[in-house]
Design a protein around this ligand. Structure first.
Ligand SMILES: [Zn+2]
Length: 214
């Protein structure tokens, strides 16, 4: 009996350790997503950033690039997932987590279900487009063949602030000029899009966010 009790205590501690470890990784990844959102703001894009990771390794990173790419699907999460698929050589991201600053829209939440994403971590809710918890609950939908573990509110204030600051500056006319379509932009080329306008920023983010592994 004592033996079993010790095993249960040990398993309990391991479980707690894993949970605490994951939390720390999630928080760190969210900070990377946040620094990417700040890059998007500097580029004049609505600031959303995302990273896809497995364990402590980043396999994909994205920022919203709708204006530069003239592409309605160029959301941070989709870019990050496409990069991760290419780097991992599979569309299945069931062993991956994705951290994004804003609650995903229906398109991105749908793509996450299609990717069989393992875990989703997001910062603040989006009452107008959010389809994880706000308007629809696509990642929790029992009728789909896949459901995603979701954790919201990681760095919520900072994730909300980058957006509210961006729109406040836009109202004050203080934002960078509206980006123009760049036909040479390769959404899957992390190095390329980080250098779109501000090489100094790109260097800063690479140090902050780390290079996607692979
Ligand atoms: Zn989206």
């Amino acid at each position: 009996m004592l033996g079993w009790a010790l095993v249960r205590v040990a398993v309990g501690y391991t479980g707690l350790g894993m949970e605490a470890g994951l939390r720390t990784i999630d928080e760190r990844m969210m900070r990377q997503a946040l620094s990417l959102a700040h890059v998007a703001a500097r580029l004049g894009e609505v600031p959303v950033g995302a990273v896809v990771y497995r364990g402590e390794k980043v396999f994909g990173a994205g920022i919203n690039l709708r204006e530069h790419a003239a592409d309605p699907t160029a959301h941070a999460e989709l870019i990050a997932m496409r990069q991760a698929g290419r780097r991992l050589g599979t569309w299945r991201l069931d062993e991956c987590s994705l951290a994004v600053t804003l609650e995903p829209c229906p398109m991105c939440a749908g793509a996450m279900v299609n990717a069989r994403l393992g875990r989703l971590i997001y910062g603040c809710r989006d009452p107008k487009m959010g389809c994880v918890d706000s308007l629809f609950r696509l990642c929790h939908e029992e009728r789909f063949n896949h459901r995603i573990f979701c954790l919201e509110g990681v760095d919520r204030e900072a994730c909300g602030a980058v957006l509210s600051d961006f729109f406040a500056q836009r109202r004050a006319g203080a934002n960078p000029p509206k980006p123009v379509f760049d036909p040479s932009l390769d959404l899957l080329d992390w190095q390329h899009w980080l250098k779109i306008r501000d090489p100094g920023t790109a260097t800063h983010v690479r140090q902050d966010a780390g290079e996607p592994a692979g």
